[in-house]
Design a protein around this ligand. Structure first.
Ligand code: F3S
Length: 429
């Protein structure tokens, strides 16, 4: 029997009863795990989760047996998530990606538990078959938490977006803990769930001559602040002529890059993001540090990215765009840019096999525009709902020279980073 005195955290009568096994052995184990997890971070109590989950675990890796066993135990105990949830993209796409026989066979081995995991996700409360994406917060998917909603998410790019742009509250949880908290319906109160945890540790003064590439700016910030909270001034002026969807997508890509090149889980942008608007510079910690980013700093960091290809001058084999997944507006932007440039150059196909990755619901919407879709297809461009990084975890895929505009994919794989304009130039040569 677990006793309250074994834990420092303040628990309610109901929580103590669960901990004492009064609601079954499995819920007891879940409660104990969540409490111990919270205690490791000095959480003072558990608080109710008030928004839909977005889960990380969408990869049916053969090596994940203990995780699937845990999921089976939860299902067998008749437990489900309190709210229907979305989940990260699938790691494989046999339907749309041009895989060789051996690439396909190896992916089938690596992700040999994919069917089992998907079945478990359905039983635990997956919203629907189209819920596999990292951009659950886009309108076509609709998992958009309210400001102040308490969440327990794990996908770093979604966590930083929910915290920063939507003003919801979630820590960067580990995969697995996100499931347990959402089945319990409670999260330990620490870090970004508290007012103090959301204060700015850094004042980032942006003094560039023009709007930086969001993926590069995110990495410049992430490298410097690592897991601390930046408050960015100067960006609002550079974004002032952009539409609301352009600003949303800028933050989506900047945030994902800062979360992967560093470990940023929350940023504030002066005059734009909700808490920066409400609290202004009162959100600075007393000992706030300052970091000035100018054109030289952007170039310095950009030029520091290593190229992990065996031979640096190889012709790119494949190009992945859309990590995090593209919004519908970004998908149209790439469609227009690629098709118009190829037409101008009198070319029939892109010179590099190019994959545009987006949520299933966004791909469906784009495909319903039959004129745009057939034009893109004719130029040889592929649409896929895959996670390009998970796809590249297959060594037979990652040993090829892959190019991308994603700083997250660059950081975690052998893919080589280029800006949007550079990529466009390469794939339309
Ligand atoms: Fe999304 Fe996969 Fe990139 S989850 S952010 S496409 S690594």
């Amino acid at each position: 029997m677990e006793r309250q005195k074994d834990f420092k955290m303040k628990l309610t009568g109901e929580e103590k009863a669960i901990l004492n096994g009064e609601k079954g052995h499995i819920l007891q184990k879940i409660m104990k795990t969540v409490v111990l997890y919270g205690e490791a971070f000095d959480a003072d109590m558990l608080i109710p989760i008030t928004g839909k989950p977005h889960h990380f675990m969408s990869m049916g890796l053969k090596s994940g047996k203990p995780f699937y066993k845990m999921m089976d135990e939860i299902i067998d105990a008749g437990l489900t998530s309190k709210f229907a949830f979305t989940v990260d993209p699938k790691p494989v796409d046999y339907e749309n990606l041009p895989l060789t026989f051996f690439q396909k066979q190896l992916s089938k081995i690596l992700f040999g538990s994919q069917d089992r995991l998907e079945e478990q996700l359905n039983k635990l409360g997956l919203e629907d078959e189209k819920s596999y994406t990292c951009t659950c917060y886009l309108p076509e998917i609709g998992n958009i938490p309210d400001r102040g909603a308490i969440l327990c998410w794990a996908e770093s790019s979604a966590v930083v977006y929910a915290n920063s742009v939507l003003g919801a509250r979630t820590n960067r949880n580990s995969a697995g803990i996100d499931f347990l908290c959402n089945i319990l319906g409670k999260a330990p109160n620490f870090g970004f769930l508290t007012n103090d945890g959301r204060k700015a540790d850094w004042h980032i003064e942006l003094k560039t001559s023009q709007l930086p590439n969001p993926q590069v700016l995110g990495s410049v910030i992430g490298f410097k602040v690592v897991e601390e909270v930046p408050y960015i001034s100067g960006l609002d002026a550079l974004l002032k002529n952009k539409s609301s969807s352009e600003i949303r997508d800028y933050f989506k890509d900047m945030g994902a890059s800062s979360a992967s090149n560093g470990a940023v889980g929350l940023f504030h942008v002066e005059n734009i993001t909700p808490e920066a608007k409400e609290f202004k510079r009162d959100i600075f910690r007393k000992n706030v540090k300052t970091y000035t980013i100018d054109d030289n700093e952007i170039s310095r960091v950009r030029n520091s990215y290593p190229v992990l290809w065996k031979k640096k001058n190889l012709k790119p084999y494949q190009c992945f765009i859309g990590c995090p997944h593209l919004s519908l507006e970004q998908l149209y932007w790439w469609n227009d840019q690629i098709c118009e440039t190829l037409k101008k150059k009198n070319l029939k196909k892109a010179s590099v096999k190019t994959v545009l990755c987006a949520a299933p619901a966004i791909i469906d919407k784009f495909k319903s525009d039959t004129k745009a879709y057939s034009q893109l297809k004719d130029f040889g461009i592929i649409l896929s709902p895959v996670c390009s990084l998970a796809h590249m975890s297959n060594p037979l895929c990652s040993r090829k020279p892959i190019i991308t505009n994603s700083n997250k994919l660059r950081k975690y794989s052998t893919a080589r980073f280029y800006t949007d304009d550079e990529l466009l130039d390469i794939i339309t040569k």
